[in-house]
Write a protein that binds this ligand. Structure first.
Ligand code: PEP
Length: 279
């Protein structure tokens, strides 16, 4: 496929290029808006939505980092349509390895081919048992697979957006930090060349209309940022919040000082809502 647009975190083999990318990322410091379209739109609907709203989106993307994450099939066409715009493209998952026996999955290499700059991984709707206790051995094993996905994405110069967060029971049992720690441990242990982006998404807040208090979110973000203190990439880890963000609560959530952006589900499929959230 022939497209001119380079992924935002494109890294050549030279370390100089890597330094430039890191510097650009530090300097940009724009608030990140990640639109997770899940499977709300079909292939045709995704293309039609973009065609209709491209100009509006492009101007939103001038002063903000705007990333659209459609389902897999529209990626290639959207990549062409987004060429020379301020809108970046992301995927919603990838296979743990570049190639192999992963039926039904899409490789990071294919995502790179269609110029994805970002990829969401570890979303609770993708984790095997999102509602079971995250400290079960099975889910801990899953955290390692997610770390493997992050490593593979970074090898393709794609920035992983890793979702973490507790379920309702774990919040009630005051295990939020314990859960996040288990989810992050295999990531922090990687030899990271690029800092991943972390999305704090409490499972009980996704699609429910419930949100944690600003204080609860800020505490989780602080914990996540501290977990990456030992990682030596000279970049700060960026932490997003996700879960029932709307134009009604976005201004309150934006008051959280240590917050770097939003991961928006349902509300990101409505252009008026999205614009109100961003502006
Ligand atoms: C999500 O699933 O990533 C999400 C944030 O969903 P919603 O905004 O619809 O709660």
């Amino acid at each position: 496929m022939k497209v001119n647009k380079k992924p935002v975190l494109y890294i050549s083999k030279s370390s100089t290029r890597l330094q430039i990318i890191k510097k650009e990322r530090c300097m940009s410091k724009k608030f990140l808006y990640v639109a997770n379209w899940k499977t709300y739109f079909s292939y045709t609907q995704s293309l039609a939505w973009l065609k209709k709203n491209k100009q509006q989106l492009d101007s939103i993307g001038q002063n903000n980092e705007l990333i659209i994450c459609p389902s897999f099939i529209p990626l290639q066409k959207l990549s062409l349509a987004l060429n020379k715009t301020n809108i970046k493209l992301g995927a919603q998952d990838c296979a743990p390895e570049l190639t192999g026996a992963y039926t039904g999955q899409v490789s990071a290499q294919s995502l790179k081919d269609v110029c994805c700059s970002y990829c969401i991984i570890g979303h609770s709707e993708q984790r095997i048992h999102p509602t079971t206790h995250s400290l079960d051995s099975m889910v801990v094993h899953e955290n390692e697979i997610i770390a493997q996905k992050a490593q593979t994405l970074i090898s393709q110069n794609i920035s992983p957006i890793i979702c973490v967060g507790e379920c309702k029971l774990e919040r009630e049992q005051k295990k939020t930090q314990q859960v996040i720690k288990a989810q992050l441990e295999p990531i922090v242990a990687l030899d990271l060349k690029i800092m991943p982006i972390i999305a704090y998404e409490p499972i009980w807040a996704i699609g429910t209309g419930q949100t944690p208090t600003n204080e609860q979110i800020s505490k989780a973000i602080d914990f996540i940022k501290k977990s990456f203190q030992s990682v030596n990439t000279q970049e700060e880890v960026l932490v997003l919040y996700g879960g029932s963000i709307t134009s009604e609560n976005s201004n309150i959530l934006k008051k959280i000082e240590n917050l770097d952006g939003f991961l928006i589900g349902k509300a990101s499929t409505d252009i008026q809502e999205l614009e109100k959230i961003v502006l």
